[in-house]
Design a protein around this ligand. Sequence first.
Ligand code: PAF
Length: 289
Amino acid sequence: MADLQTVVTPAELRSVLAAAHAEGQSVGLVPTMGFLHEGHATLIRRSAAENALTVVSVFVNPTQFAPTDDLAAYPRDLARDQAVAQEAGAALLFHPQPQEMYPVGHATSVSVAGLSTRVEGASRPGHFDGVATIVLKLIGLVQPTRIYFGEKDWQQLAVVRRMAADLFLSTEVVGVPTVRADSGLALSSRNSYLSAEQQVQAAVISRALRTIQAAYAGGERDAQVLLQAGRAVLMEEPVELDYLHLLDAELEPLQGYLTSDQAAASRLVFAGRLHGVRLIDNLPLIAQE
Ligand code: PAF
């Protein structure tokens, strides 16, 4: 396996990628905020399997954090990220400074109306504008054939897909199923804020989502009753619930009795805090495995 090359400026990145583009090679992009875990490694491996060359970006994007969020405290470990990216098959790691991605005078931001302000967007105003803007900047720089996102950030994936369709981007947006610990806990950089014991407690989230799936499989069709079954499970641990919804493809909450078409296209989404750490997760209503 060739050595991973780390580049830090947009100009350097463009110049390193010029040959690959000139030769018509396929390029995969895995955008990340670093502190890579097995979930990211899965995205990188998938990209490496599907493209001639894989670029991993490691950039803690300030525009997707609220002023009240502690941007400085976001976990960072570049040496480990380089090792994970190399091991998973990436060729290039792009690690720019904020002033390279947002130079003095930058004035453009992207907003995907509707999808960005619902659900998670209502709890985190401006967050998805920051995500859409940095993702479009990265696509502009890398010109990837494919870009990879984990399904764990379900709304992020929906926002990016809509942006790519609306702006006629030629990059294919690939969603990859969430990687979970044996306990069912969805892998996330934020899990590092929880102790081992607290991570065991956090498995209640996937248990709650699976309980709802089981209730649906058992014949329950009332959205309120289904969600109540999940809320009851969440109460087993000290979870401060932000939301638990069953969403349609437009990320609008479903209510009342579900038709089978509604159920098939729906997604269970959770957000809440455990010991002060905000966690999110989601699953389809109809279990797939
Ligand atoms: O999912 C993330 O880590 C970030 O939102 C992303 C896509 C890298 C944009 O900063």
